[in-house]
Design a protein around this ligand. Structure first.
Ligand SMILES: O=C(O)C1CCN(c2ccc(-c3cc(CO)ccc3Cl)cn2)CC1
Length: 324
């Protein structure tokens, strides 16, 4: 049995916030943001929560495929900004779309979350245990950002995107994969601590907003991620040139420049849309995938070889080389 991605969809809040809009509420400017990150705009929720964005994606996947929601076996949502811990965002989506026979859970791997969740979903199907599932990356990062910290507030955006999978594949969905974690370096990208305030303990963590050691994360991305991609390519017996497109986490356009150079691959193969969405964490890779299908860059006809690579909090990073 082989899993196959049969549908992709994305949804972002309507509210567009430009670099100039941000320069009116914090000490920054379009030139600095665009030259250092490649970001021009980001979509910021005006009240929609993560499950609302994820539900809109799931509804599109179901409507566009015509699948009966009662035939969906599982829903996995990759997010670090859930509406709540209980119920999970995936459980909320399950209720909203009427997937009454689906088990549902969230997966936390920050900006690697979609790749980690897709790897898991592929095993659920290719093992023969289940037939159909939905994998969504969804974030409302605007609710965890420290809006007084211009070094991070300008980088992130809100959004959701995902894929519908079934067992109709005639070839493996994942040709090769390699997922990694280094918890020792996790302190350089933090969010959403929960204090321990009880009759028996009093432990509070300074700031539960996002905090990032930008230089450390940038260097981690440039140093560790190309090695991971190369190691995954070696596992796949494919040369870098045989990959049609590289869909990397949309954190920073200068990082994509460096990746292309390190891998000796033309920059054009590294698709990008952070100019419009900023860094949407777990949603960034699936938004890029869904938009690329919608814009006709490639289709889901099984003829395209794509590298998906996430990297971020944990620290986590990972690549899946897939047949689309
Ligand atoms: O001064 C400059 O040029 C600054 C230097 C710091 N920058 C950074 C640093 C790290 C990230 C980042 C964030 C995540 C979290 O999702 C994951 C992966 C990455 Cl690589 C994005 N931008 C912006 C430009």
């Amino acid at each position: 049995t082989f899993a196959k991605i049969t549908q992709a969809a994305h949804y972002v809040p309507e509210n567009v916030v430009s670099n100039d809009d941000l320069s009116k509420i914090m000490d920054t400017n379009d030139e600095w943001i665009y030259s250092r990150t490649g970001i021009k705009n980001r979509h910021i929720s005006t009240g929609e929560n993560t499950s609302d964005l994820a539900t809109k994606v799931a509804k599109q996947l179901i409507e566009n495929s015509g699948v009966d929601p009662e035939l969906i076996d599982f829903i996995i949502v990759a997010t670090v900004t859930p509406d709540s811990m209980m119920p999970s965002t995936a459980a909320r989506v399950q209720a909203q779309v009427g997937a009454t026979n689906a088990f549902a859970y969230d997966l936390t791997a920050a900006c690697s979350g979609f790749v980690f969740a897709l790897s898991t979903a592929e095993k659920l199907i290719s093992s023969g245990a289940y037939q159909r599932g939905i994998v969504i990356g969804a974030e409302v990062f605007s609710k965890v950002i420290d809006w007084s910290d211009r070094s991070t507030a300008v980088l992130f955006g809100d959004g959701a995107a995902g894929v519908l999978l079934d067992n109709s594949g005639s070839q493996p969905l994942i040709i090769a994969e390699k997922m990694q974690t280094d918890g020792k370096r996790g302190g350089s990208l933090l969010s959403s601590y929960a204090d321990i305030q009880t009759p028996f303990a009093s432990v509070s963590y300074e700031g539960s907003n996002l905090s990032m050691e930008g230089r450390a994360i940038f260097d981690f991305a440039v140093r560790d991620v190309p090695k991971n991609i190369q190691a995954t390519l070696e596992k796949s017996d494919l040369a870098a040139e045989e990959i049609d497109y590289y869909l990397l986490h949309q954190a920073n356009s200068r990082i994509l420049d460096k990746m292309a150079k390190k891998l000796g691959v033309t920059r054009d193969k590294f698709l990008q849309n952070m100019q419009e969405y900023g860094n949407t964490s777990a949603a960034s890779i699936p938004i890029l995938l869904s938009e690329s299908v919608k814009n006709g860059i490639f289709s889901l006809d099984g003829q395209t070889k794509v590298v998906l690579t996430g990297f971020g909090g944990g620290l986590t990073w990972g690549t899946a080389i897939i047949n689309l």
